[in-house]
Design a protein around this ligand. Structure first.
Ligand SMILES: Cc1ncc(COP(=O)(O)O)c(C=O)c1O
Length: 473
């Protein structure tokens, strides 16, 4: 039998799936995958449910329901002062994942180079490789997620077709500044190429404002902007995305969308249209509530000896595990974290090109888009496993206990001597040894049963599992 597509066949199970499965098996708190553990706004859910009952169950138009396209255009004007034509410049897709794939399909010819910024979201590289593109990865470097101008310039060439920019960024939480965006815009113009902008966390920023690349000089017709209702309204299961692009690009993207999905659930589209009109107050409350949870969790991690890196946006915070790693890399650490602390996280090395330079191995990503109670519980688990204070307290307790026990020990030693003497007296009197008093000679114990530790158990099962180092998670 001929084999199926070799590249897809070789992709391992995603690290998100693997960590979620591990979390489920061990009843751990899942701070691995980025999904909120609360429902989205009730008004949206009611709207989606009502729409199912009033004849919205057949194919939606290819580019999306007019009311959603109009809402996207209104939101673009309100939030970023962008004038968007809802009839020609908006395409609704099945999540940002589809939006990314069809935008890449619309632009790429085999052999084209694509500039990417690592650490990066896991679907980018596999789609690029399927399309025959050549990835050129540059890195933002920990601990401050600095983007080097020189490295970025070097990544662009005459063969560059586009840059794929994710801001706010997953997993780093970096929000690109106006200066960085202007540098990127100047390189896009200098190399006559495009920018696909993954802006799914556009409304989830903390104390800084998200700036779409499309708003920078010269970018209106070269940038493709992608949003996600899943992230903006805490309904990740809905998978409704929206693309904004100039008509020349949007018309080609629509053709790719036609052959991949054609259209997306109309009831959900109607609800998302309502959501986009909720406006600034709604998004301000959402980001404020997330900021509070980021602070709660990041402060907790810092206290436990896991310094956190700056995270100005997204659902995620990255922490440095060096102080607790005990020789383990991020992957081994995350596995052990599930079994030993009952908390699931994602190793950051999974967000780098598996064919590229060595990734950092001392960073892990936690999702803080969970309720405060869940985050506090997770911190409690981590504290039980890692608390520095507990270690100190434990040793000082031992000293105090030893001091308190000293008189008792002295008494027992004296008593045991007396017993031994009493044994000799007794032997002298009755001729029988007094053998088994525990203080004289303990009764032999059975050998303790050898119980394999959890870690050994995982080492034994690891053989049958996929390659953990692959970036295509
Ligand atoms: C950076 C980034 N882009 C795209 C997506 C996918 O968004 P959607 O669920 O709308 O397909 C995600 C989801 O986690 C993401 O983090």
């Amino acid at each position: 039998m001929k084999s199926p597509n070799a590249f897809l066949g070789s992709l391992p199970t995603t690290i998100f799936t693997t960590m979620s499965q591990l979390a489920m098996t061990h009843g751990a708190i899942n701070l691995g995958q980025g999904f909120p553990d609360t429902e989205g706004p009730a008004t949206l859910i009611d709207e989606a449910a009502n729409a199912l009952r009033d004849g919205r169950n057949q194919y939606a138009p290819l580019t999306g329901l007019p009311e959603l396209r109009e809402a996207v255009a209104r939101a673009s004007k309100r939030d970023y002062d962008l004038d968007i034509d809802p009839a020609q410049e908006v395409i609704v897709t099945s999540g940002a994942t589809e939006a990314l794939a069809v935008s890449l399909m619309a632009l790429i010819e085999p052999g084209d180079e694509v500039v990417l910024i690592e650490p990066l979201y896991d679907t980018y590289l596999p789609v690029l490789r399927l399309l025959g593109a050549v990835p050129r990865c540059v890195r933002v470097e920990a601990p401050d997620w600095h983007l080097s101008e020189e490295t970025l310039r070097d990544a662009f060439s005459d063969r560059t077709k586009l840059i794929l920019l994710n801001s706010p960024m997953n997993p780093s939480g970096k929000v690109f500044t106006a200066q960085e965006l202007d540098l990127i815009a100047s390189l896009v113009l200098a190399h006559d190429c495009y920018a696909i902008c993954d802006e799914v966390y556009e409304h989830l920023t903390f104390g800084v404002k998200h700036i779409p690349l499309m708003t920078r000089p010269g970018m209106r017709d070269r940038a493709i902007r992608i949003g996600s209702a899943g992230k903006s309204f805490s309904v990740t299961g809905w998978k409704i995305g929206y693309i904004t692009a100039c008509p020349a690009l949007a018309s080609v993207i629509a053709k790719a969308h036609q052959i991949i999905a054609f259209s997306s659930a109309p009831n959900l589209q109607r609800a998302v249209a309502k959501g986009l009109d909720l406006g600034e107050a709604f998004f301000a409350e959402l980001s404020e509530s997330l900021r509070a949870r980021r602070d709660l969790f990041a402060n907790g991690l810092n206290r436990l000896g896991f310094p956190t890196l700056p995270a100005d946006g997204s659902y995620f915070v990255v922490a440095d595990i060096s102080a607790h790693a005990e020789g383990r890399d991020d992957v081994a650490f995350c596995r052990d974290l599930v079994t030993e602390a009952g908390v699931a996280a994602i190793p950051v090395s999974a967000f780098y090109d598996p064919h590229g330079a060595e990734p950092p191995r001392h960073l892990v990503r936690f999702a803080f888009c969970k309720t405060e109670a869940v985050l506090r519980e997770a911190l409690g688990h981590l504290e039980r496993r890692f608390s520095l204070r507990r270690v100190e307290t434990r040793s000082s307790c031992r000293l105090v206990r030893a001091a308190r026990a000293a008189p008792l020990v002295a008494y027992l030693v004296a008593a045991s001597r007396l017993f031994r003497k009493w044994g000799s007296v007794r032997r002298f009197l009755v001729g029988r040894p007094f053998r088994h008093h525990p203080l004289v000679s303990p009764v032999p114990q059975e050998r303790p049963v050898d119980r394999p530790r959890y870690r050994d158990h995982w080492a034994a099962t690891r053989r049958s599992e996929p390659d953990w180092q692959a970036g295509c998670a």
